[in-house]
Design a protein around this ligand. Structure first.
Ligand code: GLN
Length: 276
């Protein structure tokens, strides 16, 4: 009977950690490299390490930060305080981009507000000949981005997307994907405890949550070649408003896709083909 593991579960449950048993098992395995169900208990040194991690998780720090890495699609990313955790919801954003690039040889792709780089790296893994650039402003997130992209061929740029578009040549890019900050001021004031540990810079989309969509729709069309695509993660109640913004700025063939939880999650917008 592994009483230390039982106590760990109880401690996380008492702190209202969602899926407390799952998280306890993850932390136990992380520290001991053993299965808690088959194990007699941690050594003294392991128990001390577990205690520190249990306290952090009970304070509702994301599990991802404590483990230091997390899976996305079929690969693993380094994560930690200062960068948005990769989420399963975002996988469909990457999959939509991969689908749109199916017939494009050596595509040029930008991942804006890249964070860990999960979206850009997912595209680069699907298309080894793609030229992918991940753009991130935050110095804290930048450390994870450069670690995750090291040796992959994916380029990184530390820049603010509110001005970086001026550095791009017109019609030089095939596809832009982004999981920008999109929470409203109201949502920022009522974050889940775990999300409150994540960088506000990665979450805060301005008063109505749409600041980055306005920027991307207004300023990033020039860099795309005619027929190129903007692929945007959205909050589950933002589809109609982001599609309307797209129309307002002259984008075509706007459509929305759902994530595997059944929520609206991705908006696709196409730059018009040249007429004549
Ligand atoms: N999906 C995140 C959340 O639920 C928000 C991520 C973002 O703003 N891009 O809190």
């Amino acid at each position: 009977m592994n009483t230390a593991f039982q106590a760990l579960c109880a401690r996380l449950q008492a702190a209202s950690v969602p899926d407390a048993r799952f998280d306890a098992a993850q932390l136990y395995r992380f520290v001991t490299r053993r299965d808690p169900r088959l194990d007699d208990g941690p050594t003294e040194a392991e128990a001390a390490r577990l205690d520190v991690l249990a306290a952090r998780r009970a304070a509702r720090e994301p599990l991802q930060y404590l483990l230091g890495e997390w899976d996305f699609l079929d690969f693993t990313l380094k994560v930690g305080p200062g960068v948005l955790c990769p989420r399963a919801d975002s996988e469909v954003v990457c999959e939509a981009a991969v689908e749109l690039l199916r017939d494009v040889a050596a595509p040029v792709v930008l991942d804006l507000c890249a964070g860990t780089g999960c979206l850009g790296l997912g595209v680069a893994r699907a298309y080894p000949d793609a030229r992918v650039t991940c753009v991130e402003k935050s110095p804290e997130a930048w450390r994870y981005l450069t670690a995750n992209t090291a040796g992959t061929g994916v380029q990184t740029v530390q820049a603010d997307v509110f001005s970086w578009y001026t550095a791009l040549s017109p019609e030089s890019v095939d596809l832009i994907l982004s999981n920008p900050p999109y929470l409203t001021a109201q949502e920022m004031a009522a974050l889940m405890p775990e999300t409150a540990h994540e960088p506000a810079m990665a979450l805060d989309g301005g008063t109505d949550g749409l600041d980055f969509y306005r920027l991307l729709c207004a300023r990033y069309g020039t860099a795309l070649r005619p027929g190129g695509w903007l692929v945007l993660e959205i909050g589950c109640d933002q589809a109609a408003r982001v599609l309307a913004l797209g129309r307002q700025y002259g984008w075509q063939n706007g459509c929305c896709r759902k994530d595997y939880g059944g929520n609206d999650r991705v908006i696709l917008l196409q730059k018009p083909q040249k007429s004549g």
